[in-house]
Write a protein that binds this ligand. Structure first.
Ligand SMILES: [Zn+2]
Length: 176
């Protein structure tokens, strides 16, 4: 188990205490699972307008879709940058500041779902490039980060927030 998986286990537990994700998934399994994420999100969102906020959560459904898409784009950019010769220390980004700057809550859900689909497609290409170059970059907070660690941690981010969306909409159904 690599350093990022240790980070994940330390932060979220094995399996994740919230979404049940297992950090011991292989890179190939992770890539295959990521290719199903856009369809899983469409199904999870269903007929929702994206505005509901679940109990104990701060972001509405649309914000989770926007965040997962942006996170995948940022990691894809990091992978390809280092694969093409950039130094391994990548730029940090702050997800809450990005959420505020992007006004995720006001983004059209239909547009965010389209962005997610495109982001996954580009991410799959970037992971392939990163794998061939055996990329390892330095994450500003988490330390050494290999391409396979990117697969695991990005997949967890996507599935964890799919879980947030599902529990948001389930609690809404229960209260109406
Ligand atoms: Zn989780």
């Amino acid at each position: 188990m690599g350093p990022v998986n240790e980070w994940g286990v330390r932060t979220w537990g094995q399996p994740c205490r919230e979404c049940g994700f297992s950090w011991s998934i292989s890179a190939d399994e992770g890539i295959s699972a990521m290719s199903e994420v856009p369809e899983r999100f469409r199904e999870a969102v269903g007929q929702s307008d994206g505005t509901a906020v679940g109990p104990g959560l701060t972001w509405p459904v649309t914000a989770y879709v926007g965040h997962v898409a942006d996170n995948l784009r940022i990691f894809a950019e990091r992978l390809v940058g280092v694969a093409r010769g950039a130094p391994p220390r990548v730029a940090a980004y702050e997800q809450d500041e990005l959420a505020a700057a992007r006004h995720y809550e006001a983004v059209a859900l239909q547009g965010a779902l389209w962005s997610l689909e495109r982001a996954v497609s580009d991410w799959l290409t970037a992971v392939d490039i990163g794998r061939h170059a055996n990329v390892e970059f330095l994450h500003p907070e988490r330390g050494p980060y290999g391409w396979a660690d990117v697969v695991t941690s990005n997949l967890h981010d996507a599935l964890h927030h799919e879980h947030d969306i599902r529990r948001t909409l389930a609690s809404r159904e229960a209260s109406t």
